[in-house]
Each structure stands twice: as structure tokens, then as C-alpha cells.
Design a protein around this ligand. Sequence first.
Ligand SMILES: NC(=O)c1ccc[n+]([C@@H]2O[C@H](COP(=O)([O-])OP(=O)(O)OC[C@H]3O[C@@H](n4cnc5c(N)ncnc54)[C@H](OP(=O)(O)O)[C@@H]3O)[C@@H](O)[C@H]2O)c1
Length: 329
Amino acid sequence: MLIISDKRYETMLYNRCGRSGLKLPAISLGLWHNFGNVDDFETAKSIVYNAFNAGITHFDLANNYGPPPGSAEENFGKIMAQGLKKFRDEVIISTKAGYKMWEGPHGEWGSRKYLLSSLDQSLKRLKLNYVDIFYSHRFDPETPLEETMGALSSVVRQGKALYAGISNYPADVTREAAAILKEMGTPCLIHQPRYSILDRQPEKELLNVLADEGIGCIAYSPLAQGLLTDRYLHGIPKDSRAAKPHGFLKKDQVNPEMISKIQQLNQIAMHRKQTLAQMAIAWLLKDHRINSVIIGASSVKQLEVNLLSLQNLNFSPDELIAIDQVLNS
Ligand SMILES: NC(=O)c1ccc[n+]([C@@H]2O[C@H](COP(=O)([O-])OP(=O)(O)OC[C@H]3O[C@@H](n4cnc5c(N)ncnc54)[C@H](OP(=O)(O)O)[C@@H]3O)[C@@H](O)[C@H]2O)c1
């Protein structure tokens, strides 16, 4: 039987999300992979319980997570209903809309029609009255930004979401979106970009915009979908994301050039007495503009390993240079 520990707040770090009252655990759990109907429900449930027992209070979803799309929300709803519901006020649940969910012209992107209908569907699947954070999952260049931000502001006013967020928005659009939301009286709580040792795009401009605007930052795919772990040091294991037909990490991304980089990064991690996964998480959290990282995990063991990254978040200048050199090699 899965039980909730009364020691669950003893080891996790909590960071204020931008200029808001919300505190996020330094490590959040994402349900993009491993929580769909193609996955084992008991394992999924056990990962969620172990996460919560380790102080991970934030669970990140989206309408389309599965497969099939929607099934991760359904399964998380079941896990909540089967025992976690009484902790609802301790838990931060986010969901998003932006990618394709249903047929026709309003089954994706950023119209008011799509966002409002999608959140209603998500709440039904999750069996919840509200989510904590509702995101526009991607910028829609064809819908007026005022309409998309207006939809986010509406769901907050309706009480269906407590906070509004954006994900994958370019830096300049983020600034515009923040101004629109501020005027509507619904500040932008958070931005969710992809960011890891291997993917430095947010460093170019986005992180400065977020700091200026007081918007929190939560990095997704901190382990580059498993590349920044010991998973692929010696090939592609059968049970790994890259080997699964529905996995978003493709086999050709695990190429000899990438394996060489991973092996070099692994050496640096070993010198730090960390695993590569632990170093990759710590590397993001060393920057105080990053309030949380959303990890994925296919087992409780992976989750446990990753949680230990919090024990060493400091990097020497030499280590940082060595990491950058591997990236640029
Ligand atoms: N906003 C967006 O557009 C967006 C996009 C993508 C993701 N996200 C969010 O970010 C979350 C995390 O994304 P992600 O799953 O790509 O994150 P990730 O942490 O970069 O990768 C997770 C995968 O790495 C492997 N792994 C994790 N810990 C490991 C360890 N200690 N040792 C070996 N392998 C390990 C597992 O893959 P195996 O299956 O191979 O074991 C696991 O499923 C998602 O669930 C979602 O909530 C958001």
C-alpha cells in the first residue's frame, strides 16, 4: 500500500516563482511520458507517491500527454482520487493547451474557443474543480496575442485556474504577453522553456526578460529526454524512450557525436561525485532565475537518483568552463 510520509517536507528546496506568492519545489515531476494508457498504472502511481513523499508538490501535465492524448490527465486524476485528493491544497497541478487535441480549426493553437474548451475537458479528465497553473502551450502567430492572453485571464477570473503561464514563447513575445496580462490584472506567473546543458536557447534573451518582468522560470526536459543520464552511454537500451515507438526522443538523436559529448560530461559529473543526471539538474538550479526543473522519470529509482542532485548545486568556474567546452567541441 502506498502511504504518505509525514517527513515529506524535510529535504526539498522551495523557490518563489518569479514575483509571486507561489513557491515551487526545486524539482517538479512532469507526466509527458510514462503516465499514459500505454504505461503501467501502478508504476506511474508509485512514481507520483514517491515524488510527493520527497516534497515534490508540483505535477506538470498538458491536455495532449499520453498516449493516447488526454490519458495522462485521466491517470493523474485517478491517482488523486485514489488517495492524494485530501492533499489537494498542498499540491500544485498544471496543465496546458496549444497542441492538437481534436479535429477541426479549433482543436489546437491559441484561440479563446480552443483554450477555454480545452481547460474544461482537462478538468473533467483530472476530476478537479481547478488547476493551479494553466498555460498557453505555444505561441500562436495567427491569433491576436490579446485573444490568447484574454483567454488565460478569463480562466483565472472564472476560478478554473489560479495562475496563468506561457510555454515555448519567444523572448520578445513574452515581453508583450506579460504587458497584456498585467493590464488585464492577471500577471504572468511563469514561463516554461526547454533548457538543459545541451540546449542553451533561453540564455540568449529569454532569461533576462523573465527576470526583468518578475516572471518565474521552470525548465523542461532538463535531462534532454534522457540523453543527459547514463541511459545512452553504451547504446540504446530496449526499455528506453529512444527505443519506444511513441517516444519523442528519436534514435538518430543518439548519434556518435552525441554519445561522445555525453561520455565527456559523464566524466565531469564523476569528478563531482554525481551521476550525469544529478549534475544536469544541479547545473540548471545553480542559476537563481530557474525556480524549478521539471524532470520525467520512468521508475521510482530514477526519481530517487535525481532527487539527490540537490545535495550539490555548486559548481567551480573550472567545472562550468569544462562543461561549456564539451558543448562547443
Ligand atoms: N512545455 C512543453 O512544451 C514541454 C515539452 C516537453 C516536456 N515538458 C514537461 O517537462 C517534463 C519533463 O520532460 P522530459 O520527460 O523530457 O524530461 P527529462 O527529465 O529531460 O527526461 C526524462 C527521461 O529521462 C530518463 N531518465 C530520467 N532520470 C534518469 C536517471 N536518473 N537515469 C537514467 N535515465 C533517466 C527517463 O527516460 P527513459 O524512459 O528512457 O527511462 C525519463 O523518462 C514533461 O513530463 C513535461 O511535463 C514540457
